[in-house]
Ligand binder design. Structure first.
Ligand SMILES: NC(=O)c1ccc[n+]([C@@H]2O[C@H](COP(=O)([O-])OP(=O)(O)OC[C@H]3O[C@@H](n4cnc5c(N)ncnc54)[C@H](O)[C@@H]3O)[C@@H](O)[C@H]2O)c1
Length: 333
């Protein structure tokens, strides 16, 4: 199969591309703008594979997209601004990428008559105190990130309804694993713990997240690409829920850091309390998560311990300035 993977140089996209090349022998074109979160290094081990191409462009660039989609059998769109904190301080790029970018991709998929999978998030449903969201739960996003992702989902669904585009939506829960940019909870805590830097916990740390190992989510997206019914949405949630503070304590145990590093900081405005996804629909298609949280977290910590050159360049670059703005203190070297 020949795939156009947008946002394939990011965390989940690069794991997906690796899986498609190694396990399925696909020819993959990655189109990625290479924002701060996109890194060609994430694809270093697969870029010499047969049929691999890399195009540096934004999904909002119609001419670049028209060129990249030529000959593709399907499009999978990961391209997004993904950090909720940044969507609160600088929402502009979220609107461009999620609204305009998704529109441009949908138009290109429609012109080429190819299948289209939109990668989305459980955050479009908002927070839930008990029980789990299903695909028919109302959309109640609470941040500029989740609101623009929800808008993109609605546009994708409309392209099936209006133009009969073979579009599908895959909503994942909180991902973790190798190649995740260190601004996100798990890599942030792992790297700070390895350095002996304070571990900044938002509010009381009692927020609950439904964790999915990135390879499981990538496999779920591939499964929906192959077996999903056009026009449908599929939740792809992880097998375990965990309270944020508990996640931090597990990381402390795995890295041998001290509990004293935990530092409670002012909560994120509008911080959702709990996310939970019911994934029965994608299970009925034959997908199942393989990695439980304990095992996945151990593998993730080991990956960061064994791949210092990957993250040392990030920690010594722009990320330092971002971190100082966000947490009001600097990182150790
Ligand atoms: N990380 C999670 O926990 C999670 C959970 C569920 C769903 N998702 C969704 O999965 C997708 C990928 O998330 P991620 O965590 O890998 O994000 P990421 O931030 O690691 O990667 C995003 C990628 O998109 C690229 N990109 C951004 N704007 C672009 C644009 N305008 N044109 C082309 N490329 C652009 C970036 O350069 C980067 O490579 C997103 O759509 C996100 O909403 C993420």
């Amino acid at each position: 199969m020949k795939l156009l993977v947008c946002g394939g140089a990011g965390f989940i996209g690069s794991n997906f591309v690796r899986q498609r090349i190694v396990e399925h022998g696909d020819a993959v074109t990655v189109l990625d703008k290479l924002t701060y979160a996109g890194r060609e290094e994430n694809l270093a081990d697969v870029r010499d594979s047969a049929g691999f191409e890399f195009v540096r462009a934004g999904i909002e660039d119609a001419a670049a997209v028209a060129g990249a989609i030529e000959g593709a059998d399907a499009v999978v769109n990961f391209a997004a601004e993904t950090h909720v904190d940044r969507s609160i301080s600088e929402p502009d790029a979220f609107i461009t990428t999620h609204a305009v970018g998704t529109f441009v991709l949908l138009e290109a998929a429609r012109a080429s008559g190819v299948r289209y999978v939109q990668v989305s998030t459980d955050e479009v449903y908002g927070s839930i105190e008990e029980g789990s969201f299903t695909e028919s739960s109302p959309l109640l996003p609470s941040s500029p990130y989740s609101a623009t992702k929800a808008g993109a989902d609605l546009l994708v669904a409309s392209y099936h309804h209006t133009y009969e585009l073979e579009s599908l939506i895959c909503r994942g829960s909180n991902n973790y694993g190798p190649y995740q940019y260190p601004e996100k909870l798990i890599p942030l805590m792992v790297l700070n713990a390895l350095h002996g830097d304070p571990l900044p916990v938002y509010g009381d740390g009692q927020q609950v997240r439904n964790w999915i190992f990135v390879e499981d989510f990538a496999r779920g997206i591939g499964h929906v690409l192959a077996h999903g019914v056009p026009g449908e949405t599929y939740n792809v949630g992880g097998p375990d829920e965990a309270v944020n503070l508990d996640v931090v304590k597990r990381i402390i145990a795995l890295t041998g850091a001290s509990d004293d590093l935990i530092e409670y900081v002012t909560d994120r405005p509008g911080h959702d309390r709990r996310y939970s996804l019911g994934s029965e629909k994608v299970r009925a298609l034959g997908w199942e998560a393989r990695v439980r949280f304990d095992e996945g977290l151990e593998r993730t910590v080991a990956w960061y311990q064994n791949n210092r050159p990957w993250w040392e360049t990030i920690r010594s670059g722009d990320y330092r300035a971002y971190y100082e703005r966000q947490y009001g203190r600097s990182l150790g070297m």
